[in-house]
Write a protein that binds this ligand. Sequence first.
Ligand SMILES: [Zn+2]
Ligand SMILES: [Zn+2]
Length: 87
Amino acid sequence: MADYDIDDPEREIECPYDKAHMVRKKRMQYHLIKCRRNHVTKDFVTCPFNATHEMPRPELRHHMLTCRDRAVAEKTIRHGESLYYNY
Ligand SMILES: [Zn+2]
Ligand SMILES: [Zn+2]
């Protein structure tokens, strides 16, 4: 669960639903849609910053503190605010 800092879309990462699934990062979003149907009983949630980050609900709080996509989202918001205040 700690490899989100590697952006190579060809890199294989573990499916959060089943560690036996190794999925290329660029395919993960499609895989999750299919795989989720097989694990509907699990209480999984999606990261609000990146739809390919899925995890058991208890892990979300920690993930949101460390998610690198959160930093990107917050930078965008701050940039927008500073633009706004310049006017
Ligand atoms: Zn899977
Ligand atoms: Zn995330």
